[in-house]
Design a protein around this ligand. Structure first.
Ligand code: IPE
Ligand code: IPE
Ligand code: MG
Length: 243
């Protein structure tokens, strides 16, 4: 019930790439490329601090609505990153997983995502989940579809659908719940990222733009988290007694 100093699972909305590029009079895609360094920084930081799971929001189901040129540049970037980073992640003991509706991506990208997941499946140091074409509502809807299918097959009674059962079909059900939710870039919103999974997460917002986020920024967020009192519905007195 008490707060552990290091969160087991951190989720990050990596926002602010466009503004970072604009401030440098460069195209938005320049900001997205620059964001790759910040990804390496947080992976490194999580490995050092013993975080078990890190979930990054890379592309939302709403981001398809951006200009074609930007969406194309992002897809290119994902392909390049998959080519270049997977070896090192594998060596570092990182298990890579992509969550979201992957069917929307072209066959080549999908194949590379699947290869990277299969290759790193046995790693145990850090679970790195990358959310692509992901939406929190999509996640809940796909879990509900699974439940309905189990009912239709006669394997499940509707009354047996409770939080634990439905939660078992949500993305990341096999990982600890999100303890710390970070959003960079100054906006104070969730933007349809993990919804179910952040039910009791501590929220942390920073004005730092994603390409500037580094290990020191992550350490500050973790320090802030360590100072929070997580009560999970109890009173402060009850929590104090349970330590
Ligand atoms: C986040 O940065 C990255 C993606 C959504 C892919 P933005 O591109 O949203 O950056 P801002 O919010 O325009 O600065
Ligand atoms: C959320 O950022 C999605 C990702 C970081 C991938 P956006 O920049 O798309 O969010 P909104 O649209 O400003 O809420
Ligand atoms: Mg944004």
């Amino acid at each position: 019930m008490t707060t552990s100093p290091v969160p087991r699972h951190i989720a990050i909305v990596m926002d602010g790439n466009g503004r970072w590029a604009k401030a440098r009079l460069r195209p938005r895609s320049f900001g997205h490329s620059a964001g790759r360094k910040a990804v390496r920084e947080v992976v490194e930081g999580c490995l050092r601090q013993g975080v078990e799971a890190l979930t990054l929001f890379a592309f939302s189901s709403e981001n398809w609505r951006r200009p074609d040129e930007e969406v194309g540049a992002l897809m290119e970037l994902f392909l390049r990153a998959l080519d270049k980073e997977v070896d090192e992640l594998h060596e570092q003991g990182v298990r890579l997983r992509f969550i979201g509706d992957l069917a929307a991506f072209n066959a080549e990208l999908r194949k590379r995502m699947e290869t990277a997941m299969a290759r790193t499946a046995g790693n145990r140091k850090l679970a790195l989940n990358v959310a692509v074409n992901y939406g929190g509502r999509w996640d809940i809807a796909q879990a509900a579809r699974e439940a309905a299918a189990a009912v239709a097959r006669g394997e499940l009674a509707p009354d047996a659908i409770d939080e634990a059962r439905l939660g078992g079909w949500m993305s990341l059900a096999d990982q600890p719940p999100v303890d710390l939710f970070i959003r960079t870039g100054g906006e104070v919103r969730v933007s349809n990222f993990l919804l179910w999974q952040i039910a009791y997460a501590e929220l942390y917002f920073t004005d730092t733009l994603w390409p500037d986020f580094d290990q020191a920024c992550l350490a500050r967020a973790i320090e802030d988290f360590a100072r929070r009192e997580r009560r999970f519905g109890l009173t402060g007195e009850q929590v104090a007694r349970s330590v």
